[in-house]
Design a protein. Sequence first.
Length: 331
Amino acid sequence: MMNNIEFHNPDYLFLLILIPLLAGWYIWKLKKLNATLTISSTTTFAKIKPTFRVWFRHSLMVLRLLALSLLIIVLARPQSSNSWKNISTKGIDIILDMDISGSMLAQDFKPNRLEAAKEVATKFINGRPNDRIGLVVFSGESFTQCPLTTDHASVINLMKDIKSGMIEDGTAIGEGLANGIRRLKDSPAKSKVIILLTDGVNNMGAIDPYTAAEIAKTFDIRVYTIGVGSLGTAPYPVQTPFGMQYQQMKVEIDEALLQKISDETGGKYFRATNKQKLEKIYNEIDKLEKSKIKVKEYRKKNDEYLWWGIAAILLLIIEGILRYTVFKSIT
């Protein structure tokens, strides 16, 4: 019961010195009360066996001293402190801003860029249990697949449903970034982050990406940008009269734009040329964001005096019952 126990008022424990003093006083008092009788022989008394009342006549004082000890412990207010927790002040809100244009089906990543990005992002989500995470997708336009939430299972399930062709094809980086900003601008979180992943060049949308980056900076939103695609050429899906076929096409990513967005907002630009590189990028972002927020450690304390008090009361009740029944004396 005393494991990991601390006392809120430890000075009261000095009162425990009274226990041996009271025990000594009790013994001294017994000796004073003993009557003296002079007899010629004790032979007759030797045959008389003492009853249990004789053996247990001091139990009343023992019970009273135990109860007093427990009441002193209650005054000292024992508290358990066996649970330590790490918490983040206000936490981090993260929007995963993902390109789902037709070019994301290119097979320089296995099985393709989109599926590889979803798989790596899922691992990232599982590694951030204390953060709110949301999901925004874009191609020719943008929409929110999942708002900010701590229900990471829902985010992951909704991510699985993402498919290229859900919305008009194209690459509206400005629209995607602006949509992510809308989800974060009113957030009370200490750190607000957008991870924008794309494999192309901005060619659609009414919002200029540079303007969106300036807005993100205004709301203190940090944007990490990731350009996805191998160097040189990659097998892109192309619709032909004979169905979807893959053709080797040049990989074109507007790295200058992505670098500018990240620089403007205090983030960082990364280039992922394969799935392994993409995993390392997400791991680096994970470390960067964990280092940017202060983490404090605290102990959760719980008062534990209740059971000590109950035990003391039970001992006093037992002592009272025995005093006026089994050990009742006639005065």
